[in-house]
Ligand binder design. Structure first.
Ligand code: CAA
Length: 258
């Protein structure tokens, strides 16, 4: 176990829980938070004992964006040389299912971090927005791309051009979030969903994630072919034998996660 400054890391059985823990700055995503979050979730990704991860915030916010104070004085070449925000993409290369549990503000980079997760469970107090336009900039952690894919052009343009926040109900209606739950239950509901996922065969869950993500990168015929190849490949797993045997024997499967 590591000691981190800006995040808390816990294990609940086969589920990992990572809590952004800089509530005094509304969990603004600075470089330390990036490094710690990527390190913590990457370690869980390769840990056979972890089957799913929940990322959540604390206090009033999931995260109110990239740390504005940290970047305010930088020049173009400093941003370019450091390739500011590139590191966040590392999260999207992990194979383990990631759930964002969003209570309160998910703004700018906070909304973008939530969208890097595989799905979002929102408390009914959640507020999503891409307010970068108010700072004289544009989204920089994938917001213009992932929000547009999630909610379509009309709503993405509205949010990104006006900086308007949307509430949990509008986010659910728009397809940005998977479920809305009472605010106080946000983390518990996300942990329950993660436990369900972690009880499945981990290779099947990882390939399911890969298959859905391929829908954003390929044409339909290529995607369907890719899916079929993944489907066939799982017949090499012990868990496929167990899952199908358990069905025939009318019992619950006991996946060995391989
Ligand atoms: N960066 C740095 N500090 C932040 C921050 C951010 N993104 N968001 C909030 N904070 C800090 C505030 O400066 C304040 O610190 P002090 O107590 O030292 O003054 C503290 O967190 C509490 O915030 P507020 O007093 O502002 O809280 P509020 O309840 O009055 O307002 C809010 C809440 C509407 C979310 C407001 O904090 C806000 O507008 N935050 C900025 C939102 C934003 O613009 N996000 C986009 C950032 S840019 C980005 O993310 C680029 C990208 O694409 C990756």
């Amino acid at each position: 176990t590591h000691e981190y400054g800006n995040i808390l890391v816990e294990r609940r059985g086969r589920v990992g829980l990572v809590t952004l823990n800089r509530p005094e700055a509304l969990n603004a995503l600075d470089r330390t938070t990036l490094e710690e979050l990527v390190a913590a979730v990457s370690a869980m990704d390769t840990d056979p004992g972890v089957g799913a991860v929940v990322i959540t915030g604390s206090g009033k916010a999931f995260a109110a964006g990239a740390d504005i104070k940290e970047m305010a004085d930088k020049g173009y070449l400093e941003m370019y040389d450091a390739d500011w925000f590139r590191g966040w993409e590392d999260l999207t290369r992990l194979r383990i299912p990631l759930i964002a549990a969003v209570s309160g503000f998910a703004l700018g980079g906070g909304c973008e971090l939530a969208m890097m997760c595989d799905f979002i469970i929102a408390g009914d107090n959640a507020k999503f927005g891409q307010p970068e336009i108010n700072l004289g900039v544009v989204p920089g952690m994938g917001g213009s791309q992932r929000l547009t894919r999630a909610v379509g052009k009309a709503k993405a343009m509205d949010m990104i051009l006006t900086g308007r926040f949307i509430d949990a109900a509008e986010a659910e209606r728009s397809g940005l979030v998977a479920r809305v739950v009472p605010a106080a239950d946000t983390v518990e509901e996300a942990l329950k969903a993660a436990e369900v996922i972690a009880s499945k065969s981990k290779p099947a869950a990882m390939l399911a994630k890969e298959a859905v993500n391929a829908a954003f990168e390929t044409g339909l015929a290529q995607g369907v072919l890719f899916e079929r190849r993944l489907f066939h490949s799982l017949f090499a797993s012990e868990d496929q034998k167990e899952g199908m045997a358990a069905f025939a024997e009318k019992r619950q499967p006991e996946f060995r996660h391989r």
